[in-house]
Write a protein that binds this ligand. Structure first.
Ligand SMILES: Cc1ncc(COP(=O)(O)O)c(C=O)c1O
Length: 366
């Protein structure tokens, strides 16, 4: 097996020991707290990681888009929930094809769409399981009141093509609130509408078997509330710079560690104090903080974007002279959009490259 420092850069490097430790830590935590895990595959878009999560006891995976779900289903993942509404006749047809092949759950947040899904599922001859998506304050998707959830449940209940699975409420706006106490206050306040929807549905005689939501930022708080039956944690498998500043546990402990990196090479070092590396806007997500240099350069080295294909290492010691050919490892800024820039993970154990895992869902925003 080649050593990682012999492989070309930029490389998306996944440390398997740390990935496995993150999956094991989340599994043990969920078991201990009696809550289901339905990890979000938008984070990794990878069938091999999905399979590892399923083998560890996940109930299934989540995907955001039909295309992402198609890619994972084609690679053998057979239990998927699509967490955003699916509209347009062509996409709904693809959804029905998927529903024939795998155990699928979809979400709805409006009558017209529920009607369209019901008609398509009736024509396809297999009911589609749906969760009613509730807007818990992110204002991205979801019904905005318990009363609307009840009306929608009645429509779903009256259609042969649909099966009411329960509710979804994802509080995306709280996940990265850094302070645990503030995140807890906001999560508990904002999930009240989901609790109201659950109570209203039950009062109206509907079963609410599943309440799905939450993410890496809120999962500990969600479990404490006892409202969600499963959490859609995504980023915990990798932990990026974005999440490193979030106190996930309230006591400062770090159960999940950085497993995902981009390795780069210094391609020009003709000045003291800084050097140019071979990775820029096309190699990292740019919506979050900058990548963090973790190894290969003196402590205190920072990374700055320096063009599509380039970055600039800035050394704390302005007299430091780097050499071309030196390699650095960076913790990815925001994991989800970063992995979408690569075809595969270069998987390492220590310094050895042990496998390459395809990112089947890469680019599948369709
Ligand atoms: C609907 C939904 N659920 C869960 C997640 C996972 O969140 P995280 O990566 O913070 O764990 C996301 C991420 O954006 C999401 O959109």
């Amino acid at each position: 097996m080649p050593r990682i420092d012999e492989t070309p850069t930029p490389a998306l490097v996944l440390d398997l020991d740390i990935l496995e430790s993150n999956i094991a830590a989340m599994t043990a935590w969920a078991k201990q707290h009696g809550i289901g895990l339905r990890p979000h595959a938008k984070t990794h878009k990878c069938a091999t990681i999905s399979q590892r999560q399923l083998e560890a006891g996940a109930l299934g995976l989540c995907c955001t888009k039909v295309g992402e779900a198609e890619a994972l289903a084609a690679a053998g993942i057979a239990r998927i929930a699509i967490t955003a509404p699916v509209l347009t006749p062509a996409r709904i047809r693809r959804l029905m094809d998927l529903n024939r092949q795998i155990e699928l759950t979809a979400v709805v947040d409006e009558m017209g769409n529920a009607d369209d899904l019901a008609a398509a599922a009736e024509a396809a001859g297999k009911p589609l399981k749906v969760l009613i998506d509730v807007d818990v304050g992110t204002h991205r998707t979801g019904v905005t009141s318990a009363a609307t959830a009840v009306t929608l449940a009645a429509l779903i209940d009256g259609r042969q093509g649909l099966e009411l699975g329960g509710l979804q409420g994802y509080a995306g706006h709280v996940q990265h609130v850094q302070d645990y106490r503030i995140r807890k206050i906001r999560t508990e306040r904002d999930l009240q509408v989901l609790a109201e929807a659950r109570d209203a549905l039950r009062q109206a005689g509907f079963e609410v078997a599943v309440i799905s939501g939450g993410g890496t930022g809120s999962h500990r708080i969600d479990a404490g509330m006892g409202l969600l039956t499963e959490v859609q944690v995504g980023s915990y498998v990798f932990c990026d710079v974005d999440y490193d500043v979030v106190d996930l546990t309230g006591d400062g402990s770090r159960p999940y560690r950085n497993s995902l990196f981009v390795d780069l090479t210094v391609i020009s070092a003709n000045h003291p104090g800084f050097a140019t590396v071979d990775g820029g806007y096309k190699n990292f997500a740019t919506d979050g903080p900058v990548p963090e240099v973790t190894t290969g350069a003196p402590a205190g080295t920072s990374y700055r974007f320096f063009g599509d294909h380039f970055g600039r290492l800035e050394f704390a010691d302005t007299y430091h002279q780097a050499n071309s050919g030196e390699r650095v490892r960076c913790i990815v800024s925001h994991c989800d959009p970063t992995i979408n820039l690569y075809d595969s993970y270069t998987c390492v154990r220590g310094d050895e490259v042990v496998e390459h895992w395809p990112i089947e869902g890469r680019g599948r925003g369709d």
